[in-house]
Every structure is written in structure tokens, then in C-alpha cells.
Design a protein around this ligand. Structure first.
Ligand code: DIG
Ligand code: MN
Ligand code: MN
Length: 406
């Protein structure tokens, strides 16, 4: 039985090979599922209605493969992609599994490790571009510390900047049409990781030599681990024109990186995130507040799930997991469109209309505006006593989410 929420390639949903291929291994137990062949995963993802598949270099070409072995694997994979009508929107490098990276890759104290990480990443970039990737993600899984005295954190920042600047230079020198997306995480597997949140990454990008080709790849679970609002962080990245990719999943606060099925935990934040990404919020607020020059551009990149099935599941459970990620996203998008179409909601996003006469004074300094602002008579007591109706708005949103409104 199919319905309006069954995914199609037009939805641009993508999964990493490492997600639907996760064998259920964890720090306390062995794999509960067989390791799947990448070509099998592509066929099953296509059958689920996914559009794209992403990969780390080692997910497709086992570490240490010869050039001939690599070419054979890649040729077969490309043939499968064509046969299944699937694309590779994003690629990345595994700079965290091999013991050589145990104390970091780009931030390692050992220049030889850093050199090897550069070379492995250039090869990974070549592979990604060969497969059609337009985005290259950097997640610094081992870039961090347990023994903080091991290096000056400022050296770590400088080394990371040298690496990203160098690799941007490589992409430009090769003439690749590729952008970088930096992914933050506060901890795990390292005790503390450098660049722990998307906010840290947004500043770091502003210090790069080729900042125009570098954005962020925020992940739901990672910002939640830091106790932050993922929606607000993503909104700031969109507003800065830096949301180049996104890792969708679910997470319960105060736990290890769970990478759960999208929407399976904090449904309200998932609803607000989908509302933001799909632009239903932007459309409503752009027509409402009259904020001059505020960029509410929506996100037009892949809807990528960096998540995996529960360890309890067999392969059938994995594909229920994958379909669940995509269906929940589509259901929430439909609910958000209905919510933002509601005149009562549009009245809110249009703003109560109070005090709009002072809007021209609030941007673009000049002495006249400063004088006018200081001469302004503001009835602070009347404003302070005014009810804002947010309980009604939030309950309305809850009822749209629960499907009893609209
Ligand atoms: C983990 O959150 C990381 C790795 O899975 C990968 O490097 C990146 C790609 O989205 N996310
Ligand atoms: Mn991720
Ligand atoms: Mn994660």
C-alpha cells in the first residue's frame, strides 16, 4: 500500500552507506547483522524511494586496496548507481577508524600523520568527484583530546586551518565543482573534540583562505549532545548562506551519539526543523514581519539521514528504519505546510502590528535615527502588560503535529 508519504527520488532523500550498512556493532557488543555489500545497499535504497547514497572512502574501497582493486570496485559501483538511478551527492574521508589516526588526523602532533591525512583526503576527494559528489564533508572524529596538555588548542585550530586551506587549494587546482561542509560534534569518540558545535565551525570558516567554498553540515544528534537548539543553529547557518549539507537523525539529551531514526525522539523539534528546511516558516515570516533585508532563504540541499537502525533489528528492520526516516520527514512537511497556511498562524507571523513605525530606525545607523530613538516615548508598562498569545500558538502547533487541526 502506498500513500502520499511514500518517498520518491523527487524528495532528494539520501543515506550514507555506513547508515543502512551499520552492522549493529557497539562498544559493548559484536555485530548483530551481516556486513552488506555496497551495491546491495544501493539497490535496496532505490527500492525504498531514496534519491542518493553517500560514502566515506573506506565504506566503498577497503583501506589498503590496490589501485587496480579500487578501480574495479568503483566501476562496479558506478554501474549499480546507473542501473538504479541513484546519485552520490556527498562523499567524505574516514579519518577516524585506522589506529594511525588515534590522536587525530589534521590536528595530530605527528606531521607524518597529518601528511597521510592530507593524501588520504585528496584521494577521497578524487573518488567523490568521480562518483558525482558536489559536497565533501569533514567530520573530525579523532580531532580532540583526553589529556589536554598534549597540545595547545591553538595549534589544533591552526593545523585544521592549514589542512582545509590546502585541500580547498587542491579542489581549485583540479578544477572540481565541489564545496566543503564541516561537521561539528562536542565529544565521542574523543573526550573533547575541537570545533564542538556548528557555531564554532561558522566562525572557523570565516578565518579560511577560501571561505566561500566552505559551509557546515550540522547533525541533529551532535548539537543536542551539546545541549543546544538544533533549529536555531541551522537557522543561523541558513541565514549566513552556509548550510551546505545536513545530517538528520534523532537523539535523547544526555546520552551518547544515538543517531536514531529521524523524528523518533523529539518530534516537536523535528517538526520545527522540517518547517524551517522546507521554507514554510520562512514563507510565513517573510510575508509577515516586514523585517527589511532579512534573508530567509530556504535550504535546497540533500535531505540526508546520518542515522542507523536499532542494534536489535535484522535487515528487514533496517529498511523499516530507512522508510521511517523518509516518511516522518514527509508527514512533518505536510503538517508544517498546513500549520503555516492557517490564517491564525499567519496572523502571528505577520506580527501584532505594534510599533512598526519605528522599524526604519532599527537598521543603518545615522545621527538623526539615534536622536529619534532617544527621544522616543515607549509605553513600557502597557507593553509589559500585553499578553503575547504564545500558549495559543504553541497549542495550535501541537494540534497540527498531532493531526487534529488542519
Ligand atoms: C558522523 O556523524 C559523521 C560520519 O558518519 C561522517 O563522516 C559524517 C557524514 O555525514 N557524519
Ligand atoms: Mn554525521
Ligand atoms: Mn552522529
Amino acid at each position: 500500500m502506498t500513500d502520499a508519504y511514500d518517498p520518491t527520488p523527487d524528495d532528494r532523500f539520501s543515506f550514507g552507506l555506513w547508515t543502512v550498512g551499520n552492522p549493529g556493532r557497539d562498544p559493548f557488543g559484536a555485530a548483530t547483522r551481516p556486513v552488506a555489500d555496497p551495491n546491495h545497499l544501493v539497490r535496496k535504497l532505490a527500492a525504498c524511494g531514496a534519491w542518493g547514497v553517500n560514502l566515506h572512502d573506506d565504506d566503498l574501497v577497503p583501506f589498503g586496496s590496490s589501485a587496480a582493486e579500487r578501480d574495479l570496485i568503483v566501476a562496479r559501483f558506478k554501474a549499480t548507481l546507473v542501473a538504479e538511478g541513484m546519485v552520490v551527492p556527498m562523499a567524505t574521508t574516514n579519518l577516524f577508524a585506522h589506529p594511525v589516526f588515534k590522536d587525530g588526523a589534521f590536528t595530530s602532533n605527528d606531521p607524518q600523520v597529518r601528511a597521510f591525512a592530507y593524501a588520504k583526503t585528496m584521494a577521497g576527494i578524487d573518488l567523490g568527484v568521480e562518483l558525482g559528489a558536489e559536497t565533501y564533508v569533514f567530520w573530525g572524529g579523532r580531532e580532540g583530546t583526553e589529556a589536554d596538555a598534549c597540545r595547545d588548542p591553538r595549534d589544533a585550530v591552526k593545523r585544521m586551518r592549514d589542512a582545509i586551506d590546502f585541500l580547498c587549494g587542491y579542489v581549485k587546482d583540479q578544477g572540481y565543482d565541489l564545496r566543503f561542509a564541516l561537521e561539528a560534534k562536542p565529544n565521542e569518540p574523543r573526550g573533547d573534540m575541537y570545533f564542538p558545535t556548528t557555531g564554532h565551525m561558522l566562525h572557523f570558516i570565516s578565518t579560511l583562505q577560501h571561505e566561500e567554498m566552505v559551509g557546515v553540515n550540522p547533525e541533529v544528534a551532535h548539537e543536542h549532545m551539546a545541549g543546544l537548539s538544533f533549529v536555531q543553529g541551522v537557522a543561523q547557518a541558513i541565514e549566513a548562506g552556509k548550510l551546505f549539507h545536513i545530517d538528520l537523525n534523532a537523539q535523547r539529551i544526555g546520552r551518547y551519539d544515538q543517531d536514531l531514526r529521524f523524528g523518533s525522539e523529539d518530534l516537536k523539534q523535528a517538526f520545527l526543523l522540517v518547517r524551517l528546511l522546507e521554507g514554510t516558516a520562512a514563507a510565513a515570516s517573510a510575508s509577515g514581519t516586514g523585517d527589511a533585508g532579512v534573508d530567509h532563504s530556504r535550504y535546497d540541499g540533500p535531505r540526508h539521514f546520518d542515522a542507523h537502525a536499532y542494534r536489535t533489528e535484522d535487515e528487514e528492520g533496517v529498511w523499516h528504519f530507512a522508510r521511517g526516516c523518509m516518511r516522518t520527514y514527509k508527514i512533518l512537511a505536510a503538517r508544517a505546510r498546513a500549520f503555516d497556511a492557517d490564517p491564525r498562524v499567519q496572523a502571528f507571523t505577520a506580527g501584532a502590528g505594534h510599533g512598526t513605525d519605528v522599524l526604519p530606525l532599527l537598521s543603518g545607523y545615522d545621527a538623526d535615527k539615534a536622536a529619534a530613538l532617544r527621544a522616543l516615548e515607549v509605553d513600557v508598562n502597557a507593553i509589559g502588560a500585553r499578553g503575547l498569545g504564545y500558549e495559543r500558538l504553541d497549542q495550535l502547533m501541537t494540534e497540527y503535529m498531532l493531526g487534529v487541526a488542519g
